[in-house]
Design a protein around this ligand. Structure first.
Ligand SMILES: [Fe+2]
Length: 228
């Protein structure tokens, strides 16, 4: 199992504050049977410092070498006009150097997500829309449009613990619109690595999707196993 959205990389954003917290999170990954984790610290128009993130990642992965979890570097990028150009220029991080890009949008102001996705896809990237359940303003048609515009859809595992988000999750699963369920873990307390509620829900309501979403989600997401 792979987690493609995690703020475990310590000391670089609002995620793990230090190595101790990161280790506690890594321990939860081990318990949950997650073997691969893509670290996705925040990047945005003001904070793009890819070199600093690469440096932090190098010492982090060295410190985690004794654990049976492999870590890779990526980012969660807050969309801004010009993002595609900055990606092409290497100022922003894709998921482990692939063409896949984890991208987030405003959860307050309505944003034309499908249009942004289309622009990123047209520039040769594979946008993965982060925590899709948070964009309250999206209508049912918008989810299809995001997919048709070349986007992939990531749902947070935590969505299954919230009444409203569960409705969105159920709709998306029913329509086979979910490409990945990820933790978006920030700490080892309230926003930790927790796939249990999501796994229980999918097992109960959508048993046929379970394997592709949790066991072989790596293959399901990228259709191949060699991009890492
Ligand atoms: Fe995140």
């Amino acid at each position: 199992m792979i987690d493609i959205h995690s703020h475990i990389l310590p000391g670089v954003d609002d995620g793990a504050e230090d190595l101790g917290v990161a280790r506690a999170m890594a321990e939860r990954y081990r318990e949950a049977g997650v073997e691969e984790v893509i670290c996705t610290p925040h990047q945005n128009a003001e904070h793009r410092d890819a070199a600093r993130l690469k440096e932090a990642f190098a010492s982090f992965s060295e410190a985690m070498r004794d654990l049976p979890v492999s870590f890779y570097l990526g980012a969660e990028i807050y969309y801004y006009p010009g993002m595609a150009e900055d990606l092409a220029a290497g100022k922003l991080l894709t998921l482990n150097g692939s063409r896949a890009v984890l991208v987030e949008f405003s959860t307050r102001e309505e944003t034309a997500i499908a249009d942004a996705v289309f622009d990123l896809a047209a520039a040769g990237f594979r946008p993965v829309v982060a925590h899709i359940e948070r964009y309250w303003y999206l209508k049912k048609d918008d989810y299809f449009l995001i997919r048709e515009s070349g986007g992939m859809i990531q749902l947070n595992a935590g969505a299954f613990a919230h009444e409203h988000a569960v409705k969105t999750a159920k709709f998306l699963l029913k329509e086979r619109l979910v490409d990945a369920i990820a933790s978006d873990a920030h700490d080892d307390r309230s926003r930790s690595v927790d796939f249990e509620a999501a796994q229980k829900y999918v097992k109960r309501k959508f048993p046929r999707l379970y394997d592709s979403l949790f066991e072989n989600n790596f293959t399901a997401l990228f259709g191949m196993t060699s991009w890492i």
